[in-house]
Design a protein around this ligand. Structure first.
Ligand code: NI
Length: 256
């Protein structure tokens, strides 16, 4: 069974001890492609280098809403340059995260929009992070990104109504370890509702490991557990889940 991992952070410190061994092992065991996702300016710079070391590793560049405090217009110019480098597939992860009380919403919105504009100028897909910010994210996407090259709503955490909005606009839904959690009723409903040809598999490694590894360091090998859960929910074979989500990832990242 071959799998396309659409969202991981292998540049994270959690992999410092065994990064190379682990990445090569995963590729041998059927994780055909891995997309390493950017979340800050420094790590985006690092990713364009790191992905040159492995055939199966691709990347995105972008600044996560929790990392936008010191951004400047010069950074946006550099981001646009980085976006044109070899094997960079998308702008992300970008978006809004209102989870913590002390966030400056206006600032998050400003840099979210600025990065959507970079994606549009370069005609690249986007990887969207949105937490506790459902309405503002959708409003911005509708105003600034409707009709543009779509992308992935990563780690989807909203309900069926929101999923419908994004599916109608052409986006794909990223599903990871959370779907295996017993209390993930809302996400299971979204997976049931979403056509299989609009779902992609993702880990967000090192975070959000699926059951039975919950709380441990996540890695792309565990995606079989996510695929199995999706197969159960949708009453299809796990082979079909892997094959269809693989093709979806190729399509959304435009690797066909
Ligand atoms: Ni992530």
């Amino acid at each position: 069974m071959n799998i396309f991992e659409t969202h991981a952070h292998y540049d994270d410190d959690a992999f410092d001890e065994d990064r190379d061994t682990l990445l090569c092992q995963m590729n041998k065991e059927g994780i055909d492609y891995i997309v390493n996702i950017g979340c800050s300016m420094p790590n985006s710079r690092h990713i364009v280098q790191m992905i040159q070391q492995y055939d199966f590793l691709y990347g995105t560049v972008g600044v996560h809403p929790s990392d936008i405090d010191d951004l400047t217009d010069t950074d946006m110019e550099e981001l646009e340059q980085l976006a044109q480098r070899d094997k960079i597939l998308a702008i992300g992860e970008i978006g809004l995260d209102y989870h913590y009380d002390n966030v400056i919403k206006e600032l998050q919105q400003k840099w979210f929009i600025a990065q959507l504009e970079v994606a549009k100028r370069r005609d690249l897909p986007v990887v969207i992070h949105s937490r506790d910010a459902a309405k503002d994210t959708l409003d911005i996407m509708k105003e600034y990104h409707n009709g543009a090259t779509p992308g992935i709503i990563h780690c989807f955490s909203y309900g069926v109504e929101m999923a419908r909005e994004y599916l109608n606009m052409g986006y794909y839904i990223g599903v990871g370890g959370v779907v295996t959690f017993k209390n993930a009723k809302k996400l299971k409903e979204v997976v049931e509702y979403t056509p299989l040809d609009r779902i992609v598999l993702e880990t967000d490694a090192p975070y959000l490991a699926p059951t039975p590894f919950r709380g441990k360091r996540n890695c792309s090998l565990y995606l079989t557990h996510v695929a199995e859960e999706i197969a159960t929910i949708k009453s299809v074979s796990v082979e079909e889940v892997c094959a269809t989500t693989y093709q979806n990832a190729m399509t959304v990242y435009r690797m066909n």
